[in-house]
Design a protein around this ligand. Structure first.
Ligand SMILES: [Zn+2]
Length: 166
């Protein structure tokens, strides 16, 4: 089964107070996870813009940067995204930055928003910078070059990584 999760802009505008709640509880094929990805979102029409905010939860299956084993990472984060109904491109270029890294996505006159696509992008952006499977690998990662013994030839690459110690 391949569910689509698209919401018509019209449905948001016709909702009470122009706010629509959207619950996502499904897998996203491109993101390996233990169980479904769950999101509680509020889609709100602000005239020319659509604001989507809410919480995303999942247990992502990631590959450890150190031992290369698969491990599970609990992810739970908030999003707030803005979409412009009509193209802003001519005036502002493809993406307009609102504040501190918040961008407005241009819908280019599309009449629907793909929630699955939004969630995919959000999970990718929120993946941890350092993917480590557990305390053992974490300790290895923060050891200095002198004491950290490289256990595996594949790990050679990490020898040259400089880690700032707090
Ligand atoms: Zn590991």
């Amino acid at each position: 089964m391949n569910n689509t999760h698209k919401v018509l802009i019209e449905d948001i505008e016709q909702a009470t107070n122009k706010k629509l709640e959207y619950k996502f509880d499904d897998v996203i094929e491109e993101i390996p996870s233990n169980g479904n990805i769950q999101a509680d979102l509020v889609l709100e029409s602000l005239g020319e813009f659509i604001k989507i905010s809410g919480n995303i939860k999942l247990i992502a299956k990631l590959e450890c940067d150190i031992c290369l084993n698969e491990y599970e990472e609990n992810m739970n984060f908030e999003i707030e995204e803005m979409f412009a109904k009509n193209s802003l491109m001519e005036e502002y270029g493809q993406e307009l930055e609102l504040k501190d890294g918040q961008f407005i996505t241009d819908l280019n006159g599309e009449n629907e928003i793909d929630i699955k696509d939004l969630l995919y992008q959000s999970v990718i952006i929120n993946l941890p910078d350092k993917k480590v499977c557990g305390i053992k690998c974490k300790e290895g990662f923060f050891e200095t070059d002198e004491t950290y013994k490289i256990p595996d030839a594949r790990m050679e690459v990490f020898k040259n990584i400089k880690v700032d110690r707090k």
